[in-house]
Ligand binder design. Structure first.
Ligand code: HSE
Length: 291
């Protein structure tokens, strides 16, 4: 048997819609795999009551198929589904890394990204690499049709998860079909600034680049209190704030010294809007780890 800890992730980061992603030090899913004649799945932990154990419907079933690696797969969810923290992607990433090792398939981490994305597609309806890439490779990742580029970074982050459910399908339905040239120019500038900030491990540059005027404003409508929470986090010292993945988690980049104050400000502001929430003081961290 092998045990893999697969981290939560935050995709998009504002300017990098469907391209940028980061691995978070916490929370994480723990995936245990052992060889079997056919694939069976057992799910426990956060939100497990909403996750099907049928291999045809669970994200890890498609991964086991793609690797021709039947197994008993136990998933201990540390990441609630529909959180915007790459919950299904982490399970898929953990299964891909674990089964690749268990069956000695010899795929590189980069090669495992599209395999894990097939599992993602089972639940989200579309294969997005932007969450599975950082969960497998760690750090900051740029996932395009040409493959994945990875940068080690260690920016402090605060992720605030409100007690609201936003499905990826709903969050994709509200995306505007068109953007202006002005928005395109602005987004390119922000994405370049963010990427440079990751290379320099500079929270100020990363925060400035976390802006997006196309997708994020449309999705903010699905999160009660989003604008107030964003403003409160910025007032408490965040260098940038945006929606994590498809939401509803709100994610802030910052200096470590401000993490606690930002977390408290976000929680209090959601509470003022009658929304319960929980906060993770975290940072960009490693990819899936085999024990
Ligand atoms: N980039 C995706 C989105 C992440 O924001 O919809 C969820 O898979």
């Amino acid at each position: 048997m092998l045990t893999v800890r697969a981290p939560a992730t935050s995709a998009n980061l504002g300017s990098g819609f469907d391209v940028f992603g980061v691995a978070l030090e916490r929370p994480a899913d723990v995936v245990r795999v052992s060889k079997a004649d056919e694939t069976t799945i057992e799910v426990t932990g956060a939100g497990s009551q909403y996750i099907p154990e049928d291999p045809e419907k669970n994200t890890v079933g498609a991964v086991a198929d793609a690797l021709d690696a039947p197994a008993h797969i136990e998933i201990d969810k540390g990441i609630r589904p529909a959180s915007g923290l790459g919950s299904s992607a982490a399970s898929a990433a953990g299964a891909a890394v674990g089964l690749n090792r268990l069956y000695d398939r010899g795929h590189t981490r980069e090669k495992l990204v599209p395999i894990a994305a097939k599992g993602e597609a089972v639940v989200s309806g579309d294969a997005h690499d932007d969450n599975v890439a950082p969960s497998i490779m760690g750090g900051f990742t740029i996932a395009t049709d040409d493959g994945v580029t990875q940068v080690d970074a260690s920016i402090p982050l605060v992720a605030c998860l409100p007690d609201i459910v936003v499905s990826t399908r709903d969050a994709r339905r509200v995306i505007p079909e068109q953007a202006s040239v002005e928005q395109l120019v602005e987004t390119v500038g922000d994405a370049a600034m963010l990427t440079t900030g990751m290379h320099r491990d500079d929270p100020e540059l990363v925060g400035e680049g976390m802006y997006d005027s196309v997708v994020t404003p449309a999705r903010a409508e699905l999160i009660d209190g989003y604008e107030a929470v964003r403003t409160a986090a910025l007032d408490a010292g965040a260098t940038g704030v945006t929606i994590s993945g498809a939401g509803p988690t709100v994610i802030a980049a910052c200096h470590e010294r401000n993490q606690r104050a930002i977390g408290s400000a976000m929680l209090e502001t959601f509470a003022h809007n009658d929304v319960d929430a929980q906060v993770y003081q975290t940072r960009i961290g490693a990819g899936a780890t085999v024990f």
